[in-house]
Ligand binder design. Structure first.
Ligand SMILES: Nc1ncnc2c1ncn2[C@@H]1O[C@H](COP(=O)(O)OP(=O)(O)OP(=O)(O)O)[C@@H](O)[C@H]1O
Ligand SMILES: O=P(O)(O)OC[C@H]1O[C@](O)(CO)[C@@H](O)[C@@H]1O
Ligand SMILES: [Mg+2]
Length: 543
């Protein structure tokens, strides 16, 4: 069940593997940690003890254990830095839970499949660029059906909830969870929680059947409605218990996954047989580890219409300036990929890359240069770009939304005004500026064909994982292979465009825009030390 996706959009983050609280009796302590434990392992063990509630922090060197329903022990005598990062399982806190043969083999869909079940030994490498002799790195459990399930289909009561902002493809995920549960596992009791997390305790539920969700994937938005804020873990879990729900499918972004992790922990502390799975959703593509998030492709495609319109407007007048603002609160992926895809954009501005307006190497100089060379100029910017400059020059509010996300000032309007002021008043030039803000239009649409397939694989992977008893996990493509990933891996960091990676360089090479790195005084405090060191060592021939 693989989908061929383009290569990972981001590089790796630090990684840990889980230590199940109750290891199977067949795995002795000695098996876990050999006498030649490295200092690295000892350090992580110490950290593990000191980090409250973090049981995902341990690395085995000689013998590697993967916790699965069959408690498989994988021996690795080569000491080659092979790390397995599994996900929690219901039997970690309910050791006597019975298992059953997976009914999938008898399903119409899978009857003919040669390797119906994914072996617990099948792993997905986080890093697929390796060098001979280097540590083999982190591996996740491959997603897919397992030989044993921990739920009898007739006893399953699943629920689905969607949280956070909209994103193309949410309805496809909902539809495919419902159809996957029904068609593959004969599970027909699926509840839709309406209006996001708070819907668990403030709304009625809707019964979801394949018939009810049949054509929802043709529509944008979420059939279940969504919300920000309103995450009361105890009330949510009370409600899960009261309703007899035992599988919880949570579709949402980084905030939603933090909420899902809290629900999973509460479920575990109450000793409930409830599997909790997150399905990563974000238009901004800011979720760590996975290759990219669903709906991103659709959004980038839709953004082309706005960019093309701005280009037409700009090139049809004298000194035409087109400005398009796209989504991207902390991560500029949409703007970066929409720019790369378009080819007409002269300059892309993203939150991760500080820029400045005045002086040598600044945006005004570049705009003037393009107007002289080409007669018009086209700028794409992410909504989170340049927020600090707006704060300096305007009285910007520092409010937050219901989920605690910072409310942004409109950088598009701000830049529009700055450009007009500069060219009219300072340069005494007549320019013709058009500003297009298609913000919500790129995310409120149905997903394209590619994203529909992606959403289907995500949903089916989630269904197989919960039926197999995994919990506290999320699912997504890692180097094009679907994997089960511990939730904390996607909440501890955010995926951002790294200026030191090649993709941003590719964009600069494509637009030929300034890198805005020529004035170090603008950059202080904006990067980590490593990046700042690189910038200070840089030898660029032009700025
Ligand atoms: N730290 C947290 N702990 C528990 N719940 C949280 C946390 N952060 C956010 N949530 C809850 O998750 C839900 C969605 O969060 P948020 O609005 O930040 O969107 P998101 O999931 O990050 O998606 P996106 O950023 O793509 O819109 C909200 O209901 C919010 O209350
Ligand atoms: O107006 P809303 O619904 O809060 O959503 C806006 C935000 O949602 C996102 O699409 C995803 O977090 C951001 O890019 C954007 O800032
Ligand atoms: Mg978010």
């Amino acid at each position: 069940m693989e989908l061929s996706l383009s290569s990972s959009l981001h590089s790796n983050t630090p990684c840990f593997i889980p230590l199940s609280r109750n290891l199977s009796p067949c795995i002795s302590r000695q098996n876990l940690v050999s006498s030649s434990t490295s200092s690295f392992l000892r350090r992580n063990l110490t950290e593990r003890v000191s980090l409250k509630n973090n049981k995902y922090l341990i690395r085995y060197r000689r013998r590697l254990i993967m916790r699965s329903q069959s408690s498989t022990v994988i021996n690795d005598d080569d000491d080659d830095g092979f790390i397995i990062q599994g996900v929690p399982h219901l039997t970690d806190f309910l050791p006597d839970l019975p298992s059953y043969p997976n009914p999938l083999k008898k399903s119409q869909a899978y009857a003919i499949v040669k390797n119906t079940f994914v072996s617990p030994k099948d792993l997905v490498a986080e890093n697929n660029i390796i060098q001979k002799g280097s540590p083999r790195g982190v591996h996740f459990m491959r997603a897919g059906p397992r030989e044993k399930v921990y739920f009898l289909p007739e006893k399953v009561r699943a629920c689905i909830v969607t949280c956070g902002g909209l994103c193309p493809g949410i309805n496809t995920v909902i539809r495919e969870i419902v159809c996957g549960l029904s068609n593959m596992y004969s599970v027909d009791d699926v509840l839709g929680i309406q209006g996001g997390y708070r819907g668990f305790y403030s709304h009625n539920t809707v019964h979801l059947t394949p018939k009810v969700v049949n054509d929802i994937h043709k529509r944008g938005g979420t059939f279940l409605q969504t919300s920000r804020g309103g995450h009361d873990t105890k009330k949510i879990v009370d409600n899960i218990q009261d309703r007899g729900i035992n599988q919880v499918y949570i579709i949402g972004g980084d905030g939603t996954h933090k909420g899902a992790a809290a629900i999973y922990k509460e479920v575990e502390s109450r000793g409930l047989q409830v599997s909790v799975v997150g399905i990563p959703k974000t238009i901004d593509n800011d979720i760590a580890v996975i290759d990219k998030s669903f709906g991103f492709d659709t959004a980038v495609e839709e953004a082309q219409r706005a960019i093309n319109a701005a280009h037409v407007e700009a090139e049809c007048v004298e000194n035409g300036v087109g400005i398009v603002k796209l989504m991207g609160r902390y991560s500029g992926f949409i703007a970066m990929f929409a720019t790369l895809a378009n080819g007409d954009v002269d300059c892309c501005l993203i939150p991760e890359s500080p820029f400045y307006l005045e002086g040598q190497g600044g945006l005004f100089e570049y705009i003037e240069q393009r107007l002289k060379e080409n007669g018009h100029v086209l700028i794409v910017l992410a909504e989170g770009a340049g927020q600090e400059y707006i704060a300096q020059s305007m009285k910007a509010g520092n409010g937050t939304d219901a989920s605690g996300n910072r409310l942004l000032s409109d950088v598009g309007l701000w830049l529009t005004q700055k450009v007009k002021d500069h060219f009219t008043n300072v340069r005494k030039m007549t320019i013709n500026l058009k500003y297009i803000d298609p913000t919500y239009m790129i995310r409120a649409i149905p997903s394209n064909a590619y994203d529909n397939i992606y959403c289907t694989l995500l949903a089916q992977s989630a269904v197989h994982g919960t039926m197999a008893g995994f919990t506290g996990f999320t699912v997504g493509p890692v180097n094009s292979r679907f994997a089960y990933i511990p939730i904390n891996r996607v909440t501890e960091t955010q995926n951002i465009v790294k200026l030191t990676d090649r993709m941003w360089a590719r964009l600069l090479a494509s637009t030929n825009q300034p890198s805005f790195l020529g004035k170090p005084e603008y950059l202080q405090g904006k990067f980590d030390k490593e990046t700042m060191d690189i910038i200070n060592r840089m030898q660029i021939t032009s700025i």
